[in-house]
Design a protein around this ligand. Structure first.
Ligand code: HEM
Length: 558
């Protein structure tokens, strides 16, 4: 017998009503008490943690977030509270935002052994590639740390400092092709950079170059990756709102429009299987025995690599290495267009050291100190991973200046604020390579020898840093050597302005489309670009090839 029938059998109907009301009151009271207890926990933590705005129960500060680019807001909060790091509550979870280089260095570099984990990332990790991917790995247990080490070691074998020297020849050739393509289609500069960056990691990973901008690896895969990069910016709309209301992630996808586009149906691993298949295909193709996929398959048994891990390791090349590198080059063009005076010393140096019969090579680097400073300033001025990539998390409770940072707190290095601090970088929005010239009056102390934190910190520092740094240097040097990058003119002959703050909203940001004129600096330079472009294409022919897989149709075949 149902309880209500039992109750109505014993009590008159008015009493039943009272009991139901009482039950409702009881349930609401318990819920209210739970919220109160939880809020007391939040306030107690708030008292001990770095300062920040007062959180609301359950929702924290989520709805105080700006509509986009919250890194500006976190920088402002640090200034308002006059502290180098702040606490900001996303729902019931405190997140810590480091807005100062010295604090980032102290916590994420000097205490790297503590801040070596990732926190729980629901949207980016749990609903994505999860703990199969080293980018997401929570490393609080010895087993998880071992697994992360295995993946990190393999990644180093693919793109570590020693390895990437081996890639210089084809990276140089792909960069020559960029200059060659700019002669015929300068207005397509973004597409050329995307092709270049994707092709380099594709040769490394799969022994196959990406010859055309229309290749599905660019039109499909990179677009998906760019979408993924939007998923780790704190937000007050779905899907990022799931971080505030994690219970909603438990609703089955077919009843949960807020999960649309995330993860897959139960049992379906289309994205994972796609990258695994690309890697397996590369493993079976003859030639290019030293490509990354072949190495992974050779090590598979010894290291006990699961298929999902193989797909994460190979997929990361595109996910972490393509959009980042190409967006950096787009930023470089914007800087050249907006600050033409910074090109004059570069041209003087390049003309003196390199001349016009050939473009710069890696060997010229040591003789081109201004060029080196220019590229450092590109990395600093509008760093692509503007909030330092994925958050770190301490593996134990930690204290900084008397403030508590509890175990597994989401700790994010706000690169925007760090690289925008006028103590280290006076007039931070001005693109000024002189900041990085030895003995320059514009140089200021900064922790670490590089002078920027664009690639993150400590144990989770970017695995592809050496590859990205060498490729960016080479391509930026070649672009400046080869081209006059100037204002595009409208139909009345007036210069079309550019906005140096008009950027996208992703975890990896890049300038919104803008117009610029890109022309060879002289006839002899133009001829050198053609000569080198044709030579590069001939050298790269060994990497021509097609894949049978398309992401858009993958898994849909019978
Ligand atoms: C301009 C280009 C690039 C920039 C600015 C960049 C930046 C970053 C940043 C900021 C992080 C997070 C670091 C941290 O948590 O402290 C990261 C992580 C990572 N990056 Fe890059 N990256 C670039 C290119 C690449 C390339 C070319 C690859 C590989 C081909 C790559 C692979 C990775 C991987 C695997 C991680 C995760 C490391 C881990 O969690 O242990 N990145 N990157």
């Amino acid at each position: 017998m149902a309880i209500s029938e039992l109750v109505s059998g014993i009590l008159p109907s008015s009493s039943t009503h009272i009991t139901a009301t009482n039950m409702l009151v009881l349930v609401l009271s318990i819920a209210g008490l739970a919220v109160l207890i939880d809020y007391a926990r939040m306030l107690n933590l708030r008292r001990k943690m770095p300062p920040g705005p007062m959180p609301w129960p359950i929702i924290g500060n989520t709805f105080q977030l700006p509509d986009n680019k919250p890194w500006f807001y976190f920088e402002e909060l640090s200034k308002k509270y006059e502290v180098p790091l702040i606490t900001y509550w996303i729902g019931r979870n405190p997140t810590v935002w480091i807005n100062d280089a010295w604090t980032a260095s102290e916590l994420l570099e000097k205490r790297a052994g503590i801040y070596c984990s990732r926190p729980r990332m629901l949207v980016f990790a749990e609903l994505g590639s999860g703990q199969n991917n080293l980018v997401n790995m929570i490393t609080t247990t010895p087993e998880a740390r071992d697994r992360w080490r295995v993946q990190r070691k393999i990644t180093h074998h693919g793109v570590g400092i020693q390895q990437v020297r081996r890639y210089r020849e084809f990276q140089n050739d792909e960069s020559k092709v960029v200059a060659f393509d700019l002669l015929t289609a300068p207005e397509q500069f973004v597409a050329h950079f995307e092709r270049y960056a994707t092709s380099v990691v594709s040769i490394i990973g799969f022994g196959r170059r990406v010859a055309r901008s229309e290749d599905p690896i660019i039109t499909e895969v990179i677009k998906v990756m760019q979408r993924a990069a939007e998923l780790n910016v704190p937000g007050k709309t779905f899907p990022m709102l799931l971080e505030t209301f994690p219970l909603l992630a438990k609703v089955p996808t077919k009843y949960a429009p807020w999960k649309h586009g995330l993860g897959g149906k139960r049992g379906s691993h289309r994205g994972h299987d796609f990258f695994y298949s690309l890697a397996a295909e590369a493993n079976e193709n003859p030639g290019h025995e030293d490509c990354y996929s072949k190495h992974i398959f050779k090590e598979q048994e010894k290291l006990g690599l699961r298929p999902q891990e193989i797909s994460a390791l190979t997929g990361n090349l595109f996910g972490a290495g393509s959009d980042t590198s190409s967006s950096t080059l787009v930023t470089a063009i914007l800087a050249m267009r907006a600050f033409p005076e910074t090109l004059i010393p570069a041209w003087e140096e390049l003309d003196r050291v390199v001349g016009s019969d050939r473009s710069p090579t890696f060997e010229d680097d040591v003789n081109l100190p201004y060029m080196r400073a220019f590229v450092k300033e590109v990395f600093r001025w509008r760093s692509v991973a503007i909030i330092g990539g994925q958050p770190h998390a301490p593996v134990q409770d930690d204290y900084y200046k008397g403030w508590l940072i509890p175990k597994l707190t989401w700790v994010q290095g706000n690169i925007w604020a760090i690289h925008h601090h006028d103590r280290e970088f006076p007039e931070p929005d001005r693109f000024n390579p002189m900041r990085f010239m030895k003995d320059s009056p514009d140089a200021r102390p900064f922790p670490g020898e590089r002078g920027y934190m664009t690639f993150g910190w400590g144990r989770r520092v970017c695995s592809g840093q050496a590859l990205a740094e060498q490729g960016t240097w080479l391509t930026v040097a070649r672009l400046i050597w080869g081209f006059r990058i100037e204002a595009a003119l409208d139909k009345d002959g007036k210069a079309i302005p550019v906005d140096i703050l008009d950027y996208t909203n992703g975890l990896n940001w890049r300038p919104q489309p803008f117009k610029v004129s890109i022309k060879p600096r002289s006839e002899s330079i133009r001829q050198a670009i053609v000569r080198e472009g044709e030579q590069a294409l001939a050298d790269l022919a060994q990497y021509e090839g097609e894949t049978q897989y398309r992401m858009s149709t993958f898994g849909k075949k019978t």
